[in-house]
Each structure stands twice: as C-alpha cells, then as structure tokens.
Design a protein around this ligand. Structure first.
Ligand SMILES: [Zn+2]
Length: 246
C-alpha cells in the first residue's frame, strides 16, 4: 500500500512537473513568436530577400513624419536614394505636406498604425482594424494611393493583428538590420551596428525622428556607396507592390 502510494505520488508529481514544463515551453514559443518579427508565427512577414545575390539593400524609416523627416528627405535626394517610410497615421494628419513631399520624391509611404500606442498589442482585432484603416485613409488623402505595406508597432504581432490583416490584406514588412536608433544616442555605436550587418537583400530599420538618425544616415549612405551597394526600394527588393491598384 505504502509503495503504491509512493509510486502514485511520484507519478503525480512527475506529471505536474511535466505539465508545468510543457506550459513553459509553449509560453516561450508564443512570446518569441510574438516579439520576433521574423518568426512568421502569427503572420507572414517579409524581413529581407535572402536570395538576392547582387549588392542590393533597402532602407526603411519608422514612426514619422516628424520635424527631422525633411532633413532625411534632403539627404536621400542628395544621394539619389529611394527609401520607405512607415508612417504613424496621426503624424500623417499632423504633417501632410511632409508626406506629400515623401511621395513626390518617389519614396514608399506605408502604414505603421494610427496611434502607435503602448497598448496597441492589447487591442482587439476590431480596434486594430480601425487603426489600420484610419492610417490607410490618411495616406490616401495625401498621396492619392492606398498603401499595401504595414509594419506593426514594435515589430510585435499577435492573433488580433493577424485577424485584422486577413481583412486589410496588407503585406507585413519587417527588417533584418535593426539600428536601435530609437533607443541609443551613440552615433558611432548605431553606425557600427548597421555596418557590420550589411549584406545583399537586407532591410535596414531606422527612425526619422531624431538628429542622431540624420547624422548616422549620412555616414551609412557614404559607406554603402564605398562598398558598392545599391539602395533599392523595398517593393523592388521583395518583388511586391507598394500600393493598391487604382
Ligand atoms: Zn514604430
């Protein structure tokens, strides 16, 4: 009897341990799948074109337009480079003239949610859908084209975003070179972080929201030119269409 009880309790504790372990593994997978944009866990995401053999690379900017965007546009114009801007809808409404300039200069204008709030990842699919639609509308109003590209705030995806995207049909664009220019103020560190990851088919993520980025961008453009890299827009790099057909 005692032996049976001992065995039972051992089995019970083992199975509790196993259950706890299984839950932990599952939670780890979900957390990584949600936080890592390249995981394709919730939604299919384009983070690079690894089959690109030529020295082609794309530059993307998030969170604008801001007071620093005109300086970024000026630099890109000077180097004859086309980039993509993932704009926050409310910033588009606040600075339509900057977005118009962006579009007229031949850059891609894309959707990066309307508010980019810290609570974005806690919104239900209806709320996400309304943010995406509002930003599409803000961009369409200024550019006359409806964007097909969306980049989720913070690069986080979840079932609500996946559900909203089934309706909006945006292509989700990530990155594979993160500059960390949104956190760091150390220009050299940001520059080095980008340069050591440069490779054919890569997508660089920067933020057109600070003078630090403007300064680093000029150095990056010079270095890419020295290394014989051609900067191409993401639609060309990925073989996708940036806007809805009229
Ligand atoms: Zn962002």
């Amino acid at each position: 009897m005692a032996i049976t009880l001992a065995l039972l309790s051992l089995f019970a504790s083992l199975s509790w341990w196993f259950l706890g372990f299984a839950i932990l593994v599952w939670m780890t997978i979900v957390v990584i799948g949600s936080a890592w944009i390249g995981s394709n866990y919730h939604v299919k995401t384009h983070c690079s074109n690894l089959s690109e053999k030529e020295n082609k690379i794309a530059i993307t900017f998030d969170d604008g337009p801001s007071e620093f965007t005109p300086k970024v546009l000026e630099l890109l114009e000077r180097f004859g480079v086309k980039a993509a801007f993932f704009c926050i809808g409310k910033n588009v409404d606040a600075h339509p003239e900057i977005v118009r300039q962006m579009f007229q200069n031949g850059h891609i204008v894309a959707n990066h949610s309307y508010l980019h709030g810290k609570d974005f990842d806690w919104k239900n699919s209806g709320e996400v859908l309304s943010e995406l639609a509002k930003t599409d509308e803000a961009i369409s109003k200024v550019c006359g084209r409806k964007p097909r590209f969306f980049r989720p705030p913070y690069g986080v995806t979840n079932p609500s975003i996946a559900k909203a995207l089934q309706v909006t049909k945006h292509d989700v664009i990530g990155w594979n070179i993160r500059s960390m220019d949104g956190f760091s103020k150390d220009e050299n560190a940001i520059y080095e972080r980008i340069v050591r990851q440069i490779k054919p088919g890569a997508i660089i993520l920067m933020h057109d929201t600070s003078q630090v980025t403007v300064n680093v961008l000029e150095r990056i453009l010079l270095t890419l030119r020295e290394k014989n890299f051609k900067i191409v827009p993401i639609d060309a790099l990925l073989g996708l269409t940036a806007y809805e057909e009229d």
